[in-house]
Design a protein around this ligand. Sequence first.
Ligand code: DAK
Length: 264
Amino acid sequence: MGFVDYEVKDKIAIITINREKALNALNSQVLDDLSAVLDGVDTDVVRALILTGAGEKSFVAGADIGEMSTLSKAEGSAFAKKGNDLFRRIETFPIPVIAAINGFALGGGCEISMSCDFRICAESAVFGQPEVGLGITPGFGGTQRLARLVGPGMAKQLIYTAKNIKADEALRIGLVNKVVPLEELLPTAEKLANQIAANAPIAVRACKKAINEGLELDMDKAVALEAEIFGTCFETEDQREGMANFLRKKDDPAKVKVVDFKNK
Ligand code: DAK
């Protein structure tokens, strides 16, 4: 639909931002289309998402500078809210979202990748927060998520200098988990998504919630949250089957099987 493609492949799905002529820059329409695609994800079936950009050059080259340049104050606030709501929705989406970064991830592009659970990228990927060179601050969470991911010192250096970094540096500072040749990017992302999808879905979702929400708490409250979430797993069929399978294996290695978790 519109500027965003959506493809389900068994238990995983790929969301592709497809506005290649503008290097997949985020205008209001792209944000609306992304939101509509998320509305349609059937999380009873799909267990992990991949977010990528169309073409071989760019993941997302930022918020659309042409559109932003003419915004009034009220329109600017509406644009900020739309983007921030969407990015927060990706961050808290019930199932994991992997960013597969196929080129430029600048400004809003770097920011949308940081709202995903983790990032892998092509060797050609370029990251940066160029906003101060445009006379603005990062507006889709860049000051917050970059500092949390790579630490305040490195985040400040990247944001204040507005200098881009390449994939190897992004890996070194922990902004991405893995760098692969461009042609291996989607296969690698799909392999990771399928590894996630093979595990108990309710437990995976619970881990996402525990990590995300726990990071906002002090350690006493965070481990209490973990304990509460841990307890909820014991109401699931998948916990019973996962543990029963382990015990069957111990009893008789011939009984080893891959558990077909039911998401129940
Ligand atoms: N917006 C709109 N169009 C873009 C674009 C962008 N961010 N980036 C590229 N394009 C368009 C170009 O205008 C060009 O269009 P045509 O001229 O062909 O019509 C086409 O994509 C191809 O780009 P180039 O011809 O420039 O391609 P090059 O290979 O020469 O250069 C580049 C690639 C990525 C180095 C260059 O395009 C570039 O520097 N792009 C801008 C990158 C950038 O500065 N991105 C950050 C944007 S600022 C906020 C919310 C969000 C934000 C801030 C506040 N609030 C609501 C508070 C976020 C801000 C940003 O993301």
